[in-house]
Design a protein around this ligand. Structure first.
Ligand SMILES: *[C@@H]1O[C@H](CO)[C@@H](O)[C@H](O)[C@H]1NC(C)=O
Ligand SMILES: *[C@@H]1O[C@H](CO)[C@@H](O)[C@H](O)[C@H]1NC(C)=O
Ligand SMILES: *[C@@H]1O[C@H](CO)[C@@H](O)[C@H](O)[C@H]1NC(C)=O
Ligand SMILES: *[C@@H]1O[C@H](CO)[C@@H](O)[C@H](O)[C@H]1NC(C)=O
Ligand SMILES: *[C@@H]1O[C@H](CO)[C@@H](O)[C@H](O)[C@H]1NC(C)=O
Ligand SMILES: *[C@@H]1O[C@H](CO)[C@@H](O)[C@H](O)[C@H]1NC(C)=O
Ligand SMILES: *[C@@H]1O[C@H](CO)[C@@H](O)[C@H](O)[C@H]1NC(C)=O
Ligand SMILES: *[C@@H]1O[C@H](CO)[C@@H](O)[C@H](O)[C@H]1NC(C)=O
Length: 712
């Protein structure tokens, strides 16, 4: 059905085919800010009922006789920019993606009308050339660059260097080749990629080469050892900064095309505080930075990821923000991403960023965690309220998730809201979404009910204390205190009642399957069932954890009682691992094989091991010694079974031992034992231990029934 040999995106190709028939029908295609293809995309999703999902493209379900258009479709974006990605998404989610995954992702973005995607892949190739040109040696440069799974934070100037070995040049050249494909496809789809630039973060050796250059030491970050943080920063008013900016951008324009894009991502103070809070200094920094961009590209526009104004709230007073933004002339020469608009907007305390263009962004998912959460109410009303507020300089709607892992509904509704001048009706939206997702003309009512239940509970989270993906405590390092009821942007508190949301939703989905057995062949349906059952187990784990802790804290409790109370936790983890293992979208082995593929089957075992170590370390210890332990945890088969389960086994065993010996609980000791397990785990090789397989195993429906019997 598809001509894959043309090298064309399926979307472009398909839309091209559909377009002719569409025009014959006499309907005028209107698109104001949008991609040329946007209207056709509306046709595909709204009339033909097909879509692309993170689980795969279903455009091949498009009937050969296209459905009549009926009422003409008109769509017009309400904002000129529809933005996508966070700098860290390039590490948390796409770090190891190959072209086929990128191609599907870009099609997905195109169908949703995104026109301003971030494009960080392969940055280091041109950066290295720029560094060499100013006289830095390869050894100097190697001590600066971070590993494949950690490049985002090196780009942000939070960390430098790599642990477990230097970044191989093969990685850098491969990524650069991938970036050429990515940006070319973005352009072909009518998008403007947001490109990297020179930020000022440099190898330490630059100070010795240029003793008179103004180079300061950046903040130390997240408890990393001094060798890996405190990154050298060449101040933007130094003439060398402009020299390096021109060098970088000139090479980049030569590589991708001079007019591919004039929008540059550039962050110097993401979780790094400026060297001084002096207003003249802050103004001077942005003035110098912007002048360097314009010296390299006279049409340059600076895109700033505005996380700093929330994360360093006490530093970034309004007058400092005003001075900082004021260094950039005019209001159109900058685009600020208001990064966490759904919960912690900053535009409203900064007079709409003092007139600069800004984008209302949903952040939602920290560290690529996988718990359910969403606030559909806020996502559909918040952007419109901001857009129409007096003096608003809002120019876009975007999604800046740290990781793209689950909760697909909230990303869809967010991007669709960018095309609706009134708040989308969430009930109608969800009903239509389910029908399209399950590719049924007539969706069995229980499937619709399942999603209505979820939409009115987990996706109707208006609790101000838990506005972010909910983290499962089973993914955290076991401890006696501090795991449950966390609030903020890494919440573990569950802001809904599992018994009246997750549980009935799961039962309804299975009820739908009973009515329409064909649903089991729909990958999105199978995914959703596993995902809802996953959440049931995660939440039940909390109840059993609380029982264990209560038992442990009861005076004169026996070792046996502790062990009995611990056993359901271990059973849940075993069942969760089995459940996730039945679906290809929930496998640790995919993350690992995606990483290892970059060695191209090379016999260089050290490169393969380095890639796997990077992949494993990011989702567990996050740093050589657990500096940001469990931040990027995942509910993946393999990770649950070979890592979380052994940790909880060790914990339950330890609790029993202390009851037997009468030695008091030692939190330091527990945390050290857990880190030891992590250090060992991160260095392992998947497939070398018994039972470690690469594909799916078991039958989803059998495992889900077992889960319901045991844990409902
Ligand atoms: C640094 O500045 C000093 C004093 O102005 C000057 O003598 C020296 O030549 C400069 N060094 C370099 C490498 O430019
Ligand atoms: C910025 O600061 C530097 C160093 O203090 C100074 O040399 C330069 O003149 C300042 N530039 C502006 C535009 O204020
Ligand atoms: C901005 O909006 C948020 C969310 O509605 C609110 O919590 C905050 O108080 C507002 N800030 C100001 C200065 O109005
Ligand atoms: C930028 O926007 C602010 C706030 O609306 C306005 O006061 C200022 O004049 C604008 N600047 C320019 C150069 O248009
Ligand atoms: C959880 O925290 C909230 C406030 O943050 C508090 O009201 C509630 O009592 C806590 N619940 C438990 C079970 O500790
Ligand atoms: C939910 O259901 C479980 C199992 O029936 C029960 O133990 C628990 O108390 C219920 N929780 C709530 C909050 O209703
Ligand atoms: C715990 O055991 C001690 C000594 O065996 C005994 O004196 C005490 O009454 C017991 N406490 C409880 C709550 O059973
Ligand atoms: C707790 O364990 C740590 C690490 O093993 C040890 O250094 C410390 O002395 C222990 N504390 C107590 C009170 O036993």
């Amino acid at each position: 059905m598809w001509n894959w040999t043309t090298g064309k995106s399926p979307i472009i190709h398909r839309i091209h085919v559909a377009h002719r028939k569409f025009c014959v029908s006499g309907v005028v295609v209107l698109s104001t800010f949008g991609l040329a293809s946007e209207l056709m995309c509306r046709y595909l999703t709204q009339r033909a009922g097909v879509d692309i999902w993170w689980t795969g493209s279903r455009l091949n379900e498009l009937p050969s006789v296209l459905p009549k258009v009926g009422t003409p479709i008109k769509a017009q974006a309400i904002v000129p920019y529809r933005y996508y990605f966070n700098t860290v998404t390039f590490s948390y989610t796409t770090a190891f993606w190959s072209w086929d995954k990128w191609e599907s992702q870009l099609d997905w973005l195109a169908l949703r009308g995104v026109n301003l995607p971030l494009a960080w892949v392969g940055y280091e190739f041109i950066l290295i050339e720029t560094f060499r040109e100013v006289g830095l040696t390869d050894a100097d440069i190697a001590s600066f660059l971070s590993g494949p799974a950690f490049q985002a934070w090196n780009r942000f100037g939070n960390i430098q260097g790599s642990w477990g070995g230097d970044l191989p040049m093969a990685w850098v050249t491969d990524q650069f080749a991938l970036q050429k494909q990515i940006v070319a496809r973005m352009a072909a789809l009518g998008m403007t990629p947001v490109l990297p630039s020179f930020t000022g973060f440099v190898p330490r050796a630059l100070s010795a080469l240029y003793p008179n250059a103004s180079i300061v030491t950046g903040s130390s970050w997240s408890g990393f050892p001094t060798t890996l943080t405190g990154v050298s920063f060449l101040e933007p008013f130094d003439p060398l900064f402009t020299t390096m900016q021109k060098s970088f951008i000139t090479k980049q324009r030569a590589a991708y095309g001079a007019d591919l894009s004039h929008i540059y991502t550039l962050d110097q103070y993401n979780e790094n505080d400026p060297f001084s809070g002096d207003l003249t200094y802050l103004h001077n920094v942005t003035e110098g930075t912007f002048a360097s961009l314009r010296a390299a590209d006279p049409d340059a526009v600076w895109l700033l990821q505005g996380w700093l104004f929330f994360s360093s709230l006490s530093f970034w007073t309004n007058e400092r923000i005003e001075a900082y933004l004021g260094g950039v002339p005019g209001n159109d020469s900058m685009i600020i991403l208001d990064l966490y608009s759904e919960a912690q907007p900053q535009w409203n305390r900064t007079s709409s960023y003092f007139g600069k263009q800004w984008v209302w962004c949903e952040l939602h998912d920290y560290g690529g965690n996988m718990g359910f959460e969403g606030n559909l109410q806020q996502l559909t009303t918040g952007p419109l309220a901001a857009l129409t507020s007096p003096g608003s300089s809002m120019k876009g709607i975007g999604v800046t998730m740290e990781g793209q892992e689950g909760n697909e509904l909230v990303y869809d509704i967010m991007l669709d809201q960018a095309w609706s001048p009134t708040p989308l009706d969430t009930t109608k939206y969800v009903d239509a979404w389910v029908a399209r997702r399950y590719q049924r003309v007539s969706v069995p009512p229980p499937a619709r009910d399942a999603w209505r239940t979820l939409a009115s509970t987990v996706y109707n989270n208006q609790d101000p204390n838990t506005q972010a993906t909910i983290k499962s405590i089973l993914e955290l390092s076991p401890a006696l205190t501090g795991l449950t009821n966390r609030t903020g942007h890494h919440p573990t508190a569950i802001p809904y009642n599992t018994n009246t949301s997750i549980l009935p939703a799961l039962r309804s989905l299975l009820g739908a399957k009973a009515q329409d057995a064909h649903l089991t062949t729909v990958p999105e349906f199978a995914y959703d069932v596993v995902d809802v059952a996953r959440q049931l187990l995660s939440n039940r784990f909390i109840d059993h954890y609380n029982t264990l802790i209560t038992t442990y804290n009861t005076p004169n409790t026996t070792t046996q009682a502790v062990s009995d109370a611990g056993s359901p936790l271990l059973s849940i983890l075993a069942d969760l691992d089995a459940l996730l293992g039945t679906n290809e979208n929930f496998l640790l082995s995919t993350w690992i094989s995606d990483a290892r593929q970059w060695a191209h089957g090379s016999q260089d075992a050290s490169y393969v091991r380095y890639l796997e170590y990077n992949a494993r370390d990011q989702i567990t210890l996050w740093g050589p010694d657990g500096e940001i332990n469990d931040y990027a945890s995942k509910a993946w088969a393999g990770l649950v079974g070979t890592y979380y389960l052994p940790r909880w086994e060790a914990f339950v065993e330890y609790l029993g031992e202390t009851k037997k010996s009468g030695v008091p609980y030692n939190a330091t000791l527990v945390s050290q034992r857990m880190l030891d397990i992590g250090s060992q785990w991160a260095k392992e090789t998947w497939g070398e231990n018994k039972g470690e397989t690469w594909g799916v195993e078991g039958n989803t429906w059998e495992v889900v029934n077992r889960v319901l019997q045991r844990w409902a």
